[in-house]
Design a protein around this ligand. Structure first.
Ligand SMILES: Cc1cc2nc3c(=O)[nH]c(=O)nc-3n(C[C@H](O)[C@H](O)[C@H](O)COP(=O)(O)O)c2cc1C
Length: 311
């Protein structure tokens, strides 16, 4: 199976709805993380993002980011009340603002705390749990202590992004370390990280016999055909791909125009997407520059048409 990674600000319900209309190959979607504020509130936009009516026909697993069992239970129950039967726990977010508060991969240096949170939470909730994690905060060995503890708990699966938080999203993924730690786990392991194209998958991940399922993030935004290319389930010409991509773009733009007011907000949101979309085109820097300098929606339409006529 192929999962689409959660990307905060990118893979929200508008993106997911547009995606499933135009592409195939993704079997599971994950919401960007939901967390509680200091006052224990959840942002309305985070709830809206997982409302069943905004995710019709989307196999969605909502993700939570917490570091206390009472918050875990509270969020799990809210999500379960919306009809979901599984949540994912974020132990991977690498940003210091998060990790300094012992959230995301900030918890990876505290294996006993992870163990305690799961121990307390799992017996008090009726929803299944999976985990998404990195190898460690600053050391790739943090995971060595964590996986054996996770073996005690009833989890559906563990998604591993084999980097440390210190690396953020850059530098090499530690593939050898990944292969080594699979052996420490009794759970189903999912690989995530830097699957940039079919060849990377074929050469590096397909040969790992313990791994059947993968999660892809950035490359699936840049090339939304990647999931079907990996499954070898679609064979479109470049012209056909451009047409499908353009239709997808137009659906996404429509959703975003309906949810944001003011050209500048819409343009800034779309420019954010074009950081990824531009990589689909040979002359990606030129494409991104052209979109980025756009100041009005009418000019944006013109520039987008020009881009789709380019490659
Ligand atoms: C802009 C951005 C936002 C992200 N937001 C989340 C998030 O909300 N939850 C999460 O688990 N991972 C998040 N990630 C990490 C991705 O889900 C994924 O693990 C990472 O990008 C590596 O996979 P890739 O190389 O296929 O992109 C984010 C990554 C980026 C670049």
């Amino acid at each position: 199976m192929i999962y689409l990674s959660p990307l905060q600000g990118v893979t929200d319900s508008k993106f997911r709805n547009s995606y499933i209309k135009h592409f195939s190959g993704v079997d599971k979607f994950f919401s960007p993380y939901i967390r509680l504020s200091n006052k224990k509130d959840i942002k309305k936009s985070q709830i809206r993002d997982i409302l069943p009516e905004n995710n019709k026909n989307i196999p969605l697993i909502p993700q939570i980011m917490v570091n206390r069992s009472e918050d875990f239970i509270y969020l799990a129950n809210i999500i379960s009340d919306y009809g979901y039967d599984e949540i994912n726990w974020n132990l991977g977010c690498p940003y210091p603002m998060v990790t300094n508060r012992k959230l995301g991969s900030g918890l990876l240096e505290f294996p006993d705390l992870i163990d305690d949170i799961l121990e307390d939470s799992l017996k008090n909730i009726s929803i299944k749990v999976s985990v998404k994690m990195r190898l460690g905060l600053t050391q790739i060995d943090d995971i060595d202590k964590i996986l054996p503890l996770l073996n005690k708990h009833d989890l559906t699966e563990i998604i591993i992004h084999p980097r440390t938080a210190k690396q953020l999203y850059k530098g090499n993924v530690y593939l050898n370390k990944f292969k080594e730690v699979i052996q420490l786990s009794n759970h189903k392991i999912i690989y995530n990280g830097d699957i940039i194209n079919f060849d990377f998958y074929k050469n590096n991940i397909a040969p790992i016999k313990e791994i059947d399922d993968i999660m892809i993030g950035r490359a699936l935004i840049s090339n939304p055909f990647l999931a079907s290319e990996i499954k070898q389930s679609a064979n479109l010409s470049m012209e056909q791909k451009k047409q499908v991509f353009k239709n997808f773009h137009d659906s996404l733009l429509f959703e975003i125009e309906n949810s944001l007011s003011g050209d500048s907000h819409v343009l800034s949101k779309m420019t954010n997407y074009w950081e990824y979309f531009s990589l689909f085109f040979n002359n990606s820097r030129k494409v991104f520059k052209l979109i980025k300098k756009t100041k009005s929606l009418s000019k944006y339409h013109q520039n987008v048409n020009q881009v789709f006529n380019m490659r």
